[in-house]
Design a protein. Structure first.
Lengths: 155, 213
């Protein structure tokens, strides 16, 4: 039997994390199962149907969208990288959510610029609204800072 | 104030500057935050309330902090301890919020403490971070403890606050997410809205009318 579906639009933070759709699926499935258990997880029928760098669209059975949204807010980590998935909107069609993405998007994800603070080198991502994500260059224990342009000027 | 995140940890306690926290929480539907270890300030219609957190269960530290914060502009938050300690700190004038009951023994929160909280207008903070970060038995125990608190909240009506306890932008929660997470422990949406607005009533409580001559 074919069930009615609902689609949840979620924003991926940080935007430079670039998770793959399959990784997203696995992390959301784990969050749903650990929060609601196997029986309800089976009923939710979750699937990641669209994903880009900033947004993803997740499908579920109609009536389960609140449970899915709550489970999304318990996602905190993806491949040992801190991440958050914030549900933005719910719709009955993917098309409507894609139009919503175009409205919400504040331009392309910026490229990394090199930033030197003291003796350390960082990759800085400058976002609209004065936001700057700063990620230390290196291989191990890279420090991640969330700052504003004013903070960087004062450093 | 309509919605306040009752505890966030900007840098140096976390990895996010307080200005960035302000930008992000404003987008998430809040109009104020309690920033631990920061002075209070205002930017436009957004307020940053300075907060002091007492982690160690020692009366001396609580009394000293209450004395330092005697102006009442900042929020004094104390981590819960055993039953005796909790009863004592509720009676200290200047203590606004007690949190982390889920980390204490089961008998540390009972109906007597609930009544004292209501009488002294001291809030219990529901920290949503363990619901997000922990899994399995630890999360189940936290939910169980929070449900016990909510049951006594419904009976005695003491103030309740909600906090993301975020150390990073990634751990901040929107108002809608808080409604969803709070529903896990039995707090309905109207009560969530009240809890998000509680900080204002703690800082400027409505008292009896005083006649000034």
């Amino acid at each position: 039997m074919r069930d009615k579906k609902r689609y949840v639009l979620a924003k991926i933070t940080p935007a430079w994390a670039c998770p793959e759709t399959k990784s997203l699926y696995l992390v959301v499935q784990e969050a749903i199962t650990s929060l609601w258990g196997d029986v309800i997880a089976a009923g939710i029928q979750m699937a990641v149907v669209y994903g880009d760098r900033e947004f993803c669209i997740i499908r579920c059975r109609r009536g389960c969208e609140d449970r899915l949204a709550t489970a999304l807010s318990t996602v905190s980590c993806l491949n040992e990288q801190g991440i958050s998935l914030r549900s933005y909107a719910v719709s009955g069609t993917i098309h409507a959510l894609k139009r919503r993405i175009e409205k919400c998007r504040k331009g392309p994800v910026p490229a990394a610029k090199e930033l030197v603070i003291g003796e350390r080198t960082f990759e800085a991502y400058y976002f609209p609204g004065q936001k700057v994500d700063v990620l230390e260059k290196g291989f191990k224990s890279r420090e991640l800072l969330f700052l504003t342009e004013t903070d960087i000027e004062e450093m | 104030m309509i919605a306040t995140d009752a505890t966030v940890f900007p840098s140096p306690l976390g990895n996010t500057s307080v200005r960035r926290m302000v930008l992000e929480t404003r987008e998430l539907g809040f109009d104020s935050i309690v920033a631990i270890g920061q002075p209070g300030w205002q930017t436009g219609d957004f307020s940053v309330i300075g907060g002091t957190l007492i982690r160690e269960p020692q009366m001396k530290a609580v009394i000293n902090a209450a004395r330092t914060n005697s102006s009442g502009k900042g929020l004094l938050v104390v981590n819960a301890g055993n039953n005796t300690f909790n009863r004592a700190i509720i009676q200290v004038k200047g203590v606004h919020v007690i949190r982390h009951f889920h980390k204490t023994e089961k008998n540390s929160f009972d109906h007597i403490i609930a009544r004292m909280l209501a009488e002294n207008h001291v809030a219990v903070d529901i920290d949503l971070r363990p619901l997000v970060l922990s899994r399995g038995v630890w999360r189940q125990k936290t939910i169980q403890r929070y449900k016990d608190i909510v049951r006594l909240y419904e009976r005695f009506g003491f103030p309740l606050t909600l906090s993301s306890n975020a150390r990073s932008v990634l751990e901040l929660k929107s108002v809608r997410e808080m409604v969803g997470l709070a529903s896990l422990v039995g707090i309905e949406e109207p009560d969530v809205r009240v809890a998000l607005a509680t900080i204002q009533t703690l800082l400027s409580p409505v008292g009896p009318v005083q006649v000034v001559t």
